[in-house]
Design a protein around this ligand. Structure first.
Ligand code: 13P
Length: 287
C-alpha cells in the first residue's frame, strides 16, 4: 500500500520505535526490501537519492516499478517512496511524478532561505497528500554527491523549521553518511534532546544509520528519533555476498552466470540486513 510517511511516523513516535528508510538502487533492491517489510509486517520507506533516481531512469520509472511490485507481490504493509536529500528542483519533480513523500534538504542555505523554500515545498506536497522532511545542520560525509560538513543543528533553527508543519525533521547530531571513521565521537545526545524538546513532537530523522552501535540507535529512538536511514550497509552486504559468489567460482558453474543467479546472494544479504534493522528499530509487527 503506497502511502505518505506521515501516519507511520506519527505512530512510531507515539509507540517509541522507528521506521527504517532503506535506499533503493535497482529492481533487486526494491523487491527484496518490499518483501522483507511484508515478511516482518513492518512499515517501510524506500529512499531515492537524486543519483539513484537518475540511474533508475527517472522518477516516473520508479513510481511505476514500486506500484507494480506492490500489486504483483501483494504488499499490504504501508510503503512510502521518498526523495532523499532532494534539491528544490528535484523536490518539485517527485511531487509531479507521484512519490508519496519528499525530503527537501535546504540545510546548505541560510536559515531564512531554508524556511522560504521549505514552506513552498510543503504547500506543493500537501496539495498531493505527500509528507515532507526538512533538514537543519548538515549530515557529515558524502552520499551520492551530497556532501556535508557535519555541523550540529541549532535547536532554535530546528524549531523554526518544525513550526512550518513538516512531518519529519532531520537534525545533524554528529551523524555521518557512509562508514564512521575510527575517531568518530558518537552521536551528540544533548543536541538531540534539546531539538526534541523544542520541536513539539515532530518525528525526528537519523541519517547515516550505517555503523551506529545498537545502543546509540536505541537511545536516539528514546529521544524522539522515529525514522532511521540506512543505505551503505545494504550496499556493503550486497557487494560482499556477490564477491563471495564470484570468488568461489560459482558464476562459472553451470548457468551460474545468469544475472538472476549472480545477484541472488546479494539480494539475500540485503534481506538479512533489512530484517536486522527492522528488529533493532522496533518496527516489526507495527504495520
Ligand atoms: P548511510 O549510507 O550511512 O547508511 O546513510 C544513509 C542515509 O542517511 C540516507 O540519507
Amino acid at each position: 500500500m503506497l502511502v505518505s510517511a506521515k501516519e507511520m511516523l506519527t505512530k512510531a513516535k507515539e509507540g517509541g520505535y522507528a521506521v527504517g528508510q532503506f535506499n533503493i538502487n535497482n529492481l533487486e533492491w526494491t523487491k527484496t526490501i518490499l518483501l522483507t517489510a511484508q515478511e516482518c509486517n513492518s512499515p517501510v520507506i524506500l529512499g531515492v537519492s537524486e543519483g539513484a533516481g537518475k540511474y533508475m531512469c527517472g522518477y516516473n520509472t520508479i513510481v511505476g516499478m514500486v506500484k507494480g511490485m506492490i500489486e504483483t507481490l501483494g504488499i499490504t504493509v504501508p510503503v512510502a517512496i521518498h526523495l532523499d536529500h532532494g534539491s528544490y528542483e528535484h523536490a518539485h519533480k517527485v511531487i509531479e511524478a507521484g512519490f508519496s513523500s519528499v525530503m527537501f534538504d535546504g540545510s546548505h542555505y541560510g536559515i531564512e532561505e531554508n524556511i522560504e523554500k521549505t514552506k513552498e515545498i510543503i504547500a506543493a506536497a500537501r496539495a498531493k497528500g505527500m509528507s515532507v522532511e526538512a533538514e537543519v545542520g548538515s549530515i557529515g560525509g558524502e552520499e551520492d554527491g551530497v556532501v556535508g560538513a557535519g555541523e550540529f543543528a541549532d535547536p532554535d533553527e530546528c524549531k523554526l523549521i518544525a513550526d512550518l508543519g513538516v512531518d519529519m525533521l532531520a537534525a545533524g547530531i554528529g551523524n555521518i553518511h557512509g562508514k564512521y571513521p575510527e575517531n568518530w565521537k558518537g552521536l551528540n545526545f544533548d543536541v538531540l534532546a534539546k531539538v526534541q524538546e523544542v520541536t513539539n513532537g515532530v518525528p525526528l530523522v537519523l541519517h547515516g544509520g550505517t555503523g551506529i552501535p545498537d545502543e546509540m540507535i536505541k537511545k536516539a529512538i528514546s529521544l524522539g528519533v522515529s525514522k532511521i536511514n540506512v543505505n551503505t550497509e545494504c550496499q556493503l552486504a550486497f557487494a560482499a555476498a556477490v564477491r563471495k559468489y564470484i570468488e568461489e567460482g560459482k558464476d562459472l558453474q553451470g548457468k551460474g552466470f545468469d544475472p538472476r543467479k549472480l545477484l541472488a546472494p546479494g539480494t539475500e544479504a540485503i534481506r538479512e540486513t533489512v530484517k536486522e534493522k527492522m528488529e533493532l528499530f522496533g518496527s516489526v509487527n507495527k504495520a
